[in-house]
Design a protein around this ligand. Sequence first.
Ligand SMILES: [Zn+2]
Length: 146
Amino acid sequence: MWAMTLIISSAILDELHRYANEAAPEEACGLLFGEGNTVLRALQTANVAENRQHYFEIDPAALIAAERTMRDGGEAIIGYFHSHPSGSVEPSETDAAMAAPDGRIWLITNGKEAAAWQAGACGEIFERFTPIPLDCQSTNSLTAGS
Ligand SMILES: [Zn+2]
């Protein structure tokens, strides 16, 4: 599934920026749940990297639990988010090395702006990431249910 845009509500985007600002100067990270190319929920997880000012690693326990829930028919993980306290919302070479070519979204926020990328077997950035425009919608226009 190759998304043309990533649909995300302004409320969720604000939440991601807040996580980034609260974690600075360390990187925040977590999971994005949704359907197709629409983000319905973000879940911040612990960053378990040793050097959290420059790297992130999603808490494996949280990731495994979410993957299991998804396999059992629960919320689908459509991607990951993390922050770059340094300011750039472009993926780093380390990000590319860590990303599996699985079609999931990588959303990067610097606390003010965000950009999304899709991880694939080939891409414009480090042969891994293809930019995906964000379609930010006011919360009211999203009918995500529950
Ligand atoms: Zn990064």
